[in-house]
Design a protein around this ligand. Structure first.
Ligand SMILES: [Zn+2]
Length: 474
């Protein structure tokens, strides 16, 4: 017996858009019907969600968030509770966050620590990747355990942040060799951190300490270089699949496209900030006594508007050289966190908040003719589910799948502001942005959690998602 009927809408998948009614039974999708075609007996007593004039899409999946991440002497300002609630307001019903291990720490103990932070706190379903900041024999062994027993099947390594998360080429290679055997996905933050630290120290020594220096000392060629190097290491490791996070630069995209053209299992995501914002207009903002740019300090940095990065990234999304849009949500408040770097850009905590706005900002690409409706669903929900072992429970509207649904109103208009967002953040990286379309209703595992501007979101509704291996490698 159905519990909810979503009626009158157009169901959008990665392959098409068709008017259909969706019957939900408990936490799962029961069946799909031509409009009005559900048997009367099956819908008796069901709650009706009117989706007339709206798209009905699988709930958004953001595979790159950092709730409560400790960084630079402070922690990301969204907790698992506040960040997942904000995600739901924006039409995202699953996040995959990152547990963190640094040199000398025990991987399984760190995973347990992150599980404890998230458990009972999340308003929507959540999974975890594992950051390996200290690749050693014990960490390599733990990779097998996490894949086999913990539902954690992806590991993030860094060629950036020497002394914090950095892995040298030998460490990257060894982790790739393990992933080659156990089927895990290696995720890479690819920037040449050693060279960047030299450039940043030289800028500081010159007295160039403003936020824009964060971007000028992390040039795009150093993202391209690291991306090429990692792709070479993956080949040497025996064609290990690799997934580049937050790709921002043309040089890196060219490396990924070349590898994909050669048939390699190389994947990449980008983030809304790299599609819209720039080094000059945001990071270089003269506001707040020359410090406002700190709001947009993140790594990789926003790229120059005088180069082709943004247009190339949109093109990459169309051609599938970029498979996914995630947010890298890692918010720090301006007043008491970003300000740690007021006298030195190197001390500004790295990250932006955006988990609430991804679905709207990518939908704007549909409005502007950059992407198809189907590609919006594919890059924001279906491919994330398939890439990280959650499909078909997530990422598709089909009988048996979790009833994670978003009723999206193309006639709505969304104005983004700190005044109206739900993230625990004292500013918005997107202040004043206005986009067509907006989230009307959100179901998380069958429960209506957001509807017409009100919510029944609650900490603890969200469950841990034990993930399998990537669908793209089988
Ligand atoms: Zn990140």
């Amino acid at each position: 017996m159905a519990t909810t009927l979503v009626t009158g809408g157009t169901v959008v998948s990665s392959t098409g858009a068709v008017p259909m009614d969706v019957l939900v039974d408990g936490e799962r999708i029961a069946s799909l019907h031509v409009p009005g075609g559900a048997p009367a007996g099956a819908v008796e007593g069901a709650r009706v969600v009117d989706a007339t004039g709206c798209y009905v899409v699988p709930g958004g999946i953001d595979v790159h968030t950092h709730m409560e991440l400790p960084f630079g002497g402070t922690s990301a300002s969204d907790t698992f509770a506040t960040g997942t609630a904000a995600a739901a307001w924006g039409g995202t019903t699953t996040i995959v966050d990152f547990a963190v291990q640094t040199p000398g720490q025990d991987v399984e103990a760190q995973l347990a620590a992150w599980q404890a932070k998230a458990e009972g706190q999340c308003a929507i379903d959540y999974g975890l990747h594992m950051i390996l900041g200290g690749v050693d024999d014990a960490a390599l062994k733990a990779m097998d355990t996490l894949v086999a027993h913990e539902g954690v099947t992806s590991f993030k390594l860094f060629t950036a942040y020497p002394g914090v998360f950095y892995s040298d080429d030998g460490q990257v290679l060894r982790a790739m060799q393990v992933a080659r055997e156990n089927g895990a996905m290696i995720m890479m933050h690819a920037e040449n951190g050693i060279a960047i630290d030299v450039l940043a120290a030289q800028a500081a020594a010159r007295g160039d300490l403003a936020p824009v220096q964060h971007g000028l000392t992390r040039p795009p060629v150093l993202e391209g270089e690291a991306t090429n190097r990692v792709i070479a290491l993956a080949e040497v490791a025996g064609e290990t699949p690799v997934y580049f996070v937050h790709l921002s630069a043309t040089q890196a995209l060219e490396a990924v496209a070349r590898a994909r053209d050669a048939g390699r299992n190389v994947f990449a995501e980008t983030c809304p900030q790299y599609l819209y914002l720039t080094l000059e207009d945001q990071l270089g903002s003269p506001g707040e006594g020359g410090f406002e740019g700190a709001k947009w300090v993140a790594s990789p940095p926003l790229r120059s508007k005088h180069e082709s990065h943004r247009a190339d990234l949109w093109k990459g999304l169309r051609t599938d050289d970029l498979a996914i849009v995630s947010t890298d949500h890692c918010p720090f408040c301006f007043a008491d966190q970003k300000s740690l770097g007021r006298d030195d850009f190197r001390k500004i905590p790295n990250g932006m908040g955006g988990v609430e706005h991804r679905m709207d900002l990518v939908y704007q690409g549909v409005v502007e003719g950059r992407l198809s409706l189907e590609r919006w669903v594919e890059t924001c929900s279906t491919t994330p589910a398939r890439m990280f072992g959650m499909y078909p429970a997530k990422g598709v509207i089909a009988p048996g799948s979790d009833a994670d649904l978003v009723v999206y109103d193309p006639a709505a208009r969304t104005r983004i502001s700190v005044e109206t967002h739900h993230m625990n953040l004292d500013h918005s990286s997107w202040e004043g942005f206005e986009v067509d379309g907006g989230v009307r209703t959100v179901l998380s595992r069958g429960e209506v959690v957001v509807d017409a501007g009100s919510s029944s979101l609650r900490a603890g509704h969200g469950r841990f998602v034990r993930r399998g291996l990537s669908s793209y490698l089988r």
